[in-house]
Ligand binder design. Structure first.
Ligand code: UDP
Ligand code: MG
Length: 309
């Protein structure tokens, strides 16, 4: 029988993990597969770990818990889960039940009947989300898809069912700055998406602030495209061209009409404008440099304090 691994990163999910387990195990029992549920406690500050250990003690062999030494972020949790999953099939889910477990049987069926390697899910709406957030999210997808060779589907969740081969491909990418949405798309393979309406969390609160998401978006762009560097170059070229034309104009004017001292305001505007562009370009370069710096260090994405398995 095939084995299915369910990977669940958890950060401050004390209210949700048991509800999650109940719902998911119910669905899995009906599915005629062997399964394991891998919880990653990502340095939670509440009682998530003790809740997980209780689950582990009640369901040995099925529940496994990986406890991190601190909070490493969801990407670290996801990676640790994939690193440790033993299944022939692997699925990734949020602990808050925003990824409906009831879809699992359908996903498995689609995978088998349509012979695909990945069955993903995407939200068709963003119900219950602040409109401003939805707006920026849409803009982000437009931007990143415009500049990268891979198609990152708008609204695609991390919730997906993958074959072992896909998981191994994902694991062959050992970059430090992991932007999973991009990595999932980058490895390719035959993918179909099931669509569903957005579901709000059962309990607890989202750990994403607006600025957190913004930083995540910048991270994604920097990880998957060098287009901003090129934009800086193009800006530089355009500005130089204008400066050159303006120089000819100024010389011409001086030759024809003499050169009284004037033009202080235009001078200030030009200096400020150029200074701004230079700082922006430096910032963009710095963004890439800092990422390169972190990659070069080759630090691990997570540190495990203890495994319960
Ligand atoms: N998560 C994590 N580490 C973090 C933040 C979040 O492991 O630093 C987990 C969290 O427990 C949840 C999943 O990642 O299972 C998604 O988080 P959340 O629900 O806050 O994000 P959203 O659904 O709003 O995108
Ligand atoms: Mg959530």
């Amino acid at each position: 029988m095939e084995k299915l691994s369910v990977v669940v990163p958890c950060y401050n999910e004390q209210e949700t993990v048991k509800i999650f387990y109940r719902e998911v195990s119910q669905v899995l029992e009906s599915m005629n597969v062997e399964y394991e549920i891998l919880f990653i406690n990502d340095g939670s500050k509440d009682n998530t770990l003790s809740e997980l250990i209780e689950l582990y003690n009640e369901h040995r062999g099925i529940v496994k818990v990986i406890d991190f030494s601190r909070n490493f972020g969801k990407e670290g949790g996801l990676l640790a889960g994939l690193d440790n999953a033993q299944g022939d099939l692997v699925t990734v889910m949020d602990a808050d039940l925003q990824d409906p477990p009831s879809y699992l049987p359908k996903m498995l069926e689609v995978m088998r009947t349509q012979q695909v390697d990945i069955v993903g899910t995407r939200r068709v709406n963003r119900k219950g989300e602040p409109p401003i957030r939805s707006f920026f999210a849409r803009k982000f997808y437009q931007l990143i898809n415009h500049f990268t060779e891979v198609e990152i589907v708008d609204g695609a969740r991390d919730y997906r069912l993958m074959t072992r081969q896909v998981v191994d491909s994902i694991l062959s990418l050992r970059e430090f700055h992991r932007f999973s949405k991009g990595i999932f798309a980058w490895v390719g393979y035959k993918t179909v998406y099931l669509e569903y309406e957005n579901v709000e969390r059962v309990a607890g609160e989202t750990s994403w602030s607006f600025w957190g998401l913004f930083a995540y978006a910048v991270e994604g762009l920097v990880a998957f495209t060098v287009a901003p560097l090129r934009i800086a170059t193009i800006c530089g070229l355009v500005v130089s061209l204008f400066a050159f034309l303006y120089m000819i104009f100024v010389f011409g004017k001086a030759l024809l009409f003499g050169d009284p001292v004037a033009g202080y305001p235009s001078m200030v505007v030009i200096i400020l404008f150029l200074g701004g562009i230079q700082l922006l370009s430096l910032g963009i370069i710095g963004e890439y440099l800092s990422k390169t710096y972190m990659e070069v260090k080759k630090r691990p994405n997570y540190i495990i304090r203890k495994k319960y398995e």
